[in-house]
Design a protein around this ligand. Structure first.
Ligand SMILES: [Cu+2]
Length: 120
């Protein structure tokens, strides 16, 4: 009984340490991956939920060029946050510093779109 209690206490202490450590971990920038697979004409995953300061990397595994285009939040589409081309095998990376929902698309194939929800 005593050892079981001790084990529980150790587990609780570990959980407490994890809870204390998580805010520091959340402050680190995470990298999220989006891919375009061959002949898919789609970004996968189509929807991502990330945190401010996180980075997103898009990789083009298709045999043709694709784009990633998205507007700056609050600009009503007049300013662009990303306007990038990816040749076959290329990738692009972008860090999101403003919390907003970023709808993006490929300006060559308008059926290709995705959304990045950047949370505070
Ligand atoms: Cu495309």
């Amino acid at each position: 009984m005593r050892s079981r209690t001790a084990r529980w206490a150790a587990g609780a202490a570990a959980l407490g340490w994890m809870a204390a450590a998580s805010p520091a971990h959340a402050a680190e920038s995470a990298l999220h991956e989006v891919t375009v697979e061959r002949d898919s004409f789609a970004f996968a995953p189509q929807a991502l939920s990330i945190h401010v300061g996180d980075r997103v990397k898009w990789t083009n595994h298709d045999g043709q060029q694709h784009m990633v285009v998205t507007a700056k939040p609050g600009s009503e589409g007049r300013e662009l946050e990303i306007y990038a081309r990816m040749n076959p095998g290329e990738n692009i990376e972008h860090q999101f510093d403003v919390p907003a929902a970023y709808y993006y698309y490929c300006a060559i194939h308008f059926q290709m779109w995705g959304i990045i929800s950047v949370n505070p």
